[in-house]
Design a protein around this ligand. Structure first.
Ligand code: FES
Length: 157
């Protein structure tokens, strides 16, 4: 059977739809709920979201492919995002980026073979005042250096 929202998530999607004048406007929130449930946005997920919102699948596809926060493949249990934009870069982001890549043995948008970690180089996350920073899933870690980042990775079980 293809992807179906859980009952709890159907209620969340309905609530999202009720906030907007058209169901098309709820596509981002609905996709986010779908990604939380499924881990990533597959073809089946996109079809189901289009069906639930009664919109064309191309509208779903265009959002999924435009915004990098939607994953089109299964990522790791811990998705590590390293900001290498200007403020972070000036304060050592590439040292952090190289250290994380070496530690995990993966490149940008890859997943470790045990499925525990995935890695993504990202643009500014809006935390420039606390640069350099990384995000682990949705948690920001700021004012970092290479040593602190390696400690964070070691603490993730
Ligand atoms: S440049 Fe890294 S958070 Fe803004």
């Amino acid at each position: 059977m293809g992807f179906q929202f859980t009952e709890e998530n159907i209620a969340r999607v309905n609530k999202a739809k009720s906030k907007y004048p058209t169901s098309l406007a709820a596509v981002m929130e609905t996709l986010w709920i779908a990604q939380e449930q499924n881990g990533y946005i597959s073809e089946e997920v996109m079809s189901h979201v289009a069906e639930v919102l009664q919109i064309d699948k191309v509208n779903v596809l265009s959002v999924v492919t435009f915004y990098t926060m939607y994953f089109q493949k299964k990522m790791g249990k811990y998705h590590i995002q390293v900001c290498t934009n200007v403020s972070c870069m000036l304060r050592g982001a590439y040292e952090i980026w190289d250290a994380v890549k070496d530690k995990l043995g993966i490149e940008n948008m890859e997943v470790t073979s045990d499925g525990k970690f995935s890695l993504e180089e990202v643009e500014c996350m809006g935390a420039c005042g606390y640069a350099p920073m990384i995000a682990v899933n949705e948690n920001f870690h700021e004012n970092l250096n290479k040593e602190k980042v390696l400690e964070i990775l070691d603490s993730l079980k």
